[in-house]
Design a protein around this ligand. Structure first.
Ligand SMILES: [Zn+2]
Ligand SMILES: [Zn+2]
Length: 232
């Protein structure tokens, strides 16, 4: 089900955000749009591209970029198809390219057919800014779940569009009450804890976190209750 965050309706210029859990692993795909220019980005189109395109079309959005938080199959399965339909560039971090190229192996591991591989049009790195419509999101490189995991951060009141609270798309780095697994290829518990402590925990407590699976949380909630993050 597409889900509209409550603040989407609260102000005339508030931002558009749809979250669709897609595919067998229910990866949260996000569509983040500017209500004025209609420009949008799609984060983690893991599967069910038809549903994503349906929402994009219904709300007359123009997809400017397709962003992958990391190259696990459940987050990247729809990249090629969405690129074919929208022409929008595909973006991911260089350190996950090897994992992306190993799609046959990832598919075999899950016992599913391998999705088509897209050409990666632009490589993301720490400190990059993504601009679309009146938005600007910062790229935060958070290795640990995979070497090339990234998060996207939009500060409050970014640009001319009302963003009442800071927003973080966290991929599989941070979940409500948990963190991403590190036992798969390229994973590292030391790295993910370092990413969380030195980068994500530096964000304001009221930052709304959109994880790659499951429900939303906030940085403050996780800082004080996540068993991986509270001090012993
Ligand atoms: Zn993952
Ligand atoms: Zn995932």
């Amino acid at each position: 089900m597409a889900e509209i965050l409550p603040f989407s309706d609260s102000a005339p210029q508030s931002f558009i955000h749809y979250r669709l859990p897609v595919g067998i692993l229910q990866c949260n795909c996000s569509i983040i749009g500017d209500p004025i220019t209609r420009e949008a980005i799609v984060v983690d189109p893991g599967d069910e591209v038809g549903r994503i395109l349906d929402l994009v079309g219904r709300h007359k959005l123009i997809v400017k970029a397709i962003v992958s938080t990391h190259a696990h199959i459940d987050h990247v399965g729809g990249l090629a198809k969405l690129h074919q339909y929208t022409g929008a560039p595909v973006l991911m971090h260089r350190d996950d390219l090897a994992l992306y190229q190993a799609m046959e192996m990832q598919a075999a591991f899950l016992g599913v057919p391998a999705p088509e591989i897209a050409a990666v049009d632009m490589l993301l790195k720490e400190g990059d800014s993504l601009r679309w419509g009146n938005f600007e999101a910062q790229v935060i490189h958070t290795p640990g779940h995979t070497p090339g995991s990234v998060c996207l951060y939009i500060p409050a009141d970014a640009g001319h569009v009302t963003v009442p609270k800071p927003q973080l798309w966290a991929g599989d780095t941070l979940f409500a009450g948990s963190i991403g697994r590190t036992d798969l290829w390229g994973g590292s518990m030391d790295d993910i804890l370092q990413s969380l402590k030195t980068k994500l925990m530096e964000l304001p407590d009221d930052t709304v976190v959109h994880p790659g699976h499951g429900s939303n949380t906030t940085i403050g909630e996780e800082r004080y209750s996540n068993p991986f993050l509270i001090a012993p």
